[in-house]
Design a protein. Structure first.
Length: 98
């Protein structure tokens, strides 16, 4: 039995809301860990911080992913970002964003 398109759309909306809630929980968890690690006090450009997070995520995945500082869209791209290496003197406007 096939589902009508209206039911499929309703299911998509429901799943999108679940995804949004899951991403919010993950972001809050990673943000709390990043703040505990002191990343909220470091002045660093967002692109440099993202590149560090990507490198860290690659280490935990076991791969040798090259950091680009761009959003990769991959699941868990910032997972485990609590101890990202930050170059000394890397100052910019994105301070405190985790």
């Amino acid at each position: 039995m096939k589902k009508p398109s209206s039911r499929i759309r309703e299911e998509i909306v429901r799943l999108q809301e679940q995804l949004k809630q899951a991403e919010t929980r993950e972001a809050e968890r990673i943000g709390r860990i990043a703040l505990k690690a002191g990343l909220g006090e470091i002045e660093i450009e967002e692109a440099a911080l993202l590149a560090s997070f990507e490198e860290l995520a690659g280490r935990f995945r076991g791969g040798n992913e090259k950091a680009t500082g761009r959003k990769s869209g991959g699941a868990g791209s910032a997972a485990g970002a609590a101890t990202a290496a930050v170059a000394p003197g890397a100052a910019a406007s994105g301070a405190g964003e985790a």
